[in-house]
Design a protein around this ligand. Structure first.
Ligand code: ADP
Ligand code: GLC
Length: 481
């Protein structure tokens, strides 16, 4: 079976969030003899030099987008045994980050989606399935069925569309998108590409693909409701028979406390107490915090957006830091208002809190390894990978019970002693604070805490199981099961 993943980011080439982790790690979990997955991405000029220099040119051609005729170069690279194709066009993929102004984005991802399809005959790889990820590739199934449908080369290709985040839809003015894409005017109707007066790429992907998946079972349900559907719940409900929730995993090689190259002190579940102590000391020193082993070290690694619950943090941060025995470390970038709020509190309480506004793979790993608790109070969360990474390092997640967070974190039960973290139900800052204080109280009981860390580390968050589920869906789609 041959499956091509089309996406706007994948580790190690480009990453802004969990999408990149999924697209860059899941392909490695299929047995190649049974299912070979290759990946196609944009070749952004802002990719690290070492990646740009390690790809080779395959071919070039031109793609027509209405009156535009645009150059497409195709490059190839191999990473950990997986073949990657990269679409080159220095006009569209310039800039210091992969996404910039939305208007440009809708044009560049229309270009990318059509280029992906047109590139296929040039590759020595004819996929039976194209698996698209998020709105940036929403037009792949649309172009496939409207522009390429009658060509026998494309006729049998099936499409799967995975929603990583329903909030991002790639919406733009109808007339502009008609002009940008050159798609037939008739499909810009409320049953197909139009949504609330705008053209909507995500909707296109959801209407035109053969099968839809999302990244947790809870979220698969949430998006069929008005609360979670971001305006597309009616469509999701109508397509519920083709909608499947498959919970994300993480790369167990990349995130491995036993041999993580970013850590100075490695540990296993048998040595977690000592390992954590050593890593905590290193991080406290690095961040200029008092090197106290018994202080509860709470961490966050996150995009700074309202999705991630920073409004709750802002509301109670002063109270949170008033506690004698807490230190708080945050790594992330995003909305200015959150960056400023966190920086303000860091300057005010430099011995209690450290914030790094920026992106750092190394520090993310250090935080996952060193902290006692990991805060993720999301407003909504399709799956969430950070809580899985935290548990892998014996760091107990403190999460709001929503989407994938509710599905993957077992809240501590003081009677059965079971649990892999702590959770609270409502999007309420005081409830979150109460939950943090509760975790801090349990933290004082060293034996109980150790038991919880062990259970968190024992949780199986590897891709094995989910890859099996994707394979079953692919087979079903091709009529093999
Ligand atoms: P989302 O995809 O919504 O951002 P996830 O929890 O699924 O949330 O994935 C986030 C991923 O991005 C994790 O791998 C996390 O470690 C990483 N990450 C987020 N912010 C940063 C940052 N500032 N530096 C390094 N890694 C980050
Ligand atoms: C999105 C979601 C996140 C999910 C990730 C990978 O960015 O916000 O919850 O884990 O995609 O699927």
């Amino acid at each position: 079976m041959k499956v091509l993943y089309a996406a706007s980011e994948a580790i190690p080439f480009m990453k802004t969030g969990g999408l990149a982790d999924v697209v860059g790690s899941l392909p490695g979990y299929f047995a190649k003899e049974e299912c070979e997955v290759r990946v196609i991405l944009p070749k952004y000029l802002c990719m690290e030099k070492k990646f740009l220099e390690n790809m080779h040119f395959l071919c070039h051609f031109y793609v027509d987008l209405n009156w535009r005729r645009q150059y497409v170069g195709v490059f190839e690279a191999t990473y950990r045994g997986i073949t990657y194709y990269l679409i080159d066009n220095e006009y569209y993929f310039a800039g210091d980050q992969p996404y910039n102004h939305l208007h440009e984005d809708v044009e560049k991802f229309a270009y990318f989606s059509k280029a992906v399809l047109q590139a296929l005959p040039y590759l020595d790889y004819a996929p039976e399935i194209i698996h698209c990820h998020d709105w940036q590739t929403g037009l792949v199934p649309v172009f496939l069925k409207t522009c390429f449908g009658s060509d026998p080369y494309y006729a049998g290709i099936k499409t799967v569309f995975t929603i990583h985040n329903m909030k991002f839809q790639g919406r733009w003015n109808l007339g502009a998108v008609m002009d940008i894409t050159g798609l037939p005017e008739q499909i810009f109707n409320s049953q197909e590409l139009e949504s609330y007066g705008e053209a909507n790429y995500l909707k296109g992907g959801l209407v035109y693909s053969d099968m839809i998946t999302t990244v947790s079972e809870n979220y698969a349900h949430d998006i069929t409701t008005p609360e979670g559907g971001e305006g597309l719940d009616g469509l999701m409900y109508a397509r519920r028979d083709s909608l499947f929730g498959i919970t994300n995993g993480i790369d167990y090689e990349e995130f491995n406390p036993k041999k993580d190259p970013y850590l100075t002190h490695h540990f296993t579940k048998e040595t977690v107490t000592e390992g954590k102590k050593d890593n905590k000391k290193v991080l406290q020193k690095k961040y200029g915090l008092p090197e106290k082993a018994d202080t509860f070290l709470l961490g966050m690694v996150s995009r700074m957006t309202d999705q991630k619950g920073f409004d709750l943090v802002a509301y109670v941060l002063e109270q949170m830091l008033a506690h004698d025995d807490i230190q708080f470390v945050v790594l992330g970038t995003g909305e200015e208002r959150y960056q400023e709020m966190l920086t303000y509190f860091m300057n005010r309480y430099p011995k209690k809190m450290h914030v790094h506004i920026g992106y750092s793979e190394e520090e993310a790993h250090e935080i996952y390894a060193a902290c006692d608790g990991f805060l993720m109070p999301s407003l909504f969360e399709p799956c969430g990978l950070s809580q899985l990474m935290a548990m892998r390092y014996g760091t107990l997640p403190i999460v709001r019970e929503t989407g994938g967070l509710k599905e993957t974190v077992i809240p501590y039960n003081q009677y059965t002693h079971q649990g892999t973290g702590f959770s609270f139900a409502n999007y309420d800052a005081l409830e979150m604070l109460g939950c943090i204080h509760y975790a801090m109280e349990i933290f004082r009981d060293k034996k109980e805490w150790r038991h919880l860390m062990t259970q968190a580390m024992e949780r199986d968050s590897s891709w094995e199981h989910s890859a099996g589920e994707y394979l079953r869906l692919y087979k079903r789609l091709l009529g093999e099961e």
